[in-house]
Design a protein around this ligand. Structure first.
Ligand SMILES: [Zn+2]
Length: 256
């Protein structure tokens, strides 16, 4: 009897897993990075990250809506939305995936490239697909697909990906980003990565190695970073600086 009930349980679990795997998402939650007083990037950065992330996200919204998807934006104007609210919006949507749009920055002007992040295993194929598609249309280095516990990736319970669409501190990539046609291309390639997920995912690998770029002097609230960052990544000076900056800001912090 015990054995029979065990078999039934195993069968149910197997069936429910395979049914879950075949569930198609119908909603895309798009999360334009930063906004309002949180400009994104580093001090003195000429091109505001928050403007670029919103523009690409709105273009992505239009493309996905035209493809028949329901789209939810965590912000659709220049306003500050706390990380917890962004995560709550994502987690309240059934059959959804979560796409965070960011641009990178570094004190070293030469730093460039596209990188894409995920946290949960179920998000890895989606991250790989988006990365391959965005990279294919960008005049940029491949910085890889990386696993990292950013707040918005770790706290969401749906597939979640954060794409860094190039460095606004790099003269070439900033020039591209300022071009509306290029931002449209970025949005189209993110959308293509979402729509073609299974086919592309199997051809791309990822790494969880740390970035070589020093972004440690970034004092603004970068909503990707969290105080309770995972132990291993916390060893770098970059992480310590971020954690320290976040603690100093604790009383007025609105990021968690
Ligand atoms: Zn950002």
């Amino acid at each position: 009897m015990l054995r029979l009930s065990l078999c039934v349980t195993v069968l149910c679990v197997t069936l429910s897993c395979s049914a879950h795997a075949e569930t198609r998402y119908t909603t895309i939650v798009i999360d334009p990075g930063h906004g309002g007083f949180d400009r994104g990037g580093i001090p003195g950065q000429r091109v505001a990250e928050k403007v670029m992330t919103l523009d690409v996200s709105q273009r992505l919204k239009t493309i996905l809506q035209n493809a028949g998807y329901r789209v939810v934006m965590t912000r659709d104007t220049d306003e500050f939305i706390p990380l917890g609210t962004r995560v709550a919006i994502a987690n309240s949507q059934p059959n959804a995936i979560f796409i965070c749009v960011h641009f990178n920055s570094a004190t070293r002007r030469g730093a460039n490239g596209i990188e894409t992040y995920f946290y949960s295993t179920e998000s890895a194929p989606l991250a790989a697909s988006i990365h391959a598609s965005v990279l294919g249309g960008a005049p940029s280095e491949n910085r890889g697909v990386r696993r990292r516990g950013y707040f918005v990736l770790r706290r969401t319970n749906i597939p979640a990906v954060l794409v860094e669409c190039g460095f606004l501190t790099n003269p070439n990539e900033a020039q591209y980003a300022e071009n509306a046609a290029y931002r449209q291309k970025l949005a189209q390639n993110i959308a293509r990565g979402i729509l073609n997920r299974p086919a592309v995912a199997s051809r791309t690998s990822y790494t969880n190695r740390s970035s070589r770029v020093d972004v440690g002097s970034q004092p603004f609230l970068d909503q990707r970073y969290v105080r309770e960052a995972s132990g291993r990544s916390g060893k770098s000076s970059h992480r310590r600086k971020i954690a320290s900056a976040t603690r100093k800001r604790k009383k007025t912090s609105v990021d968690d």
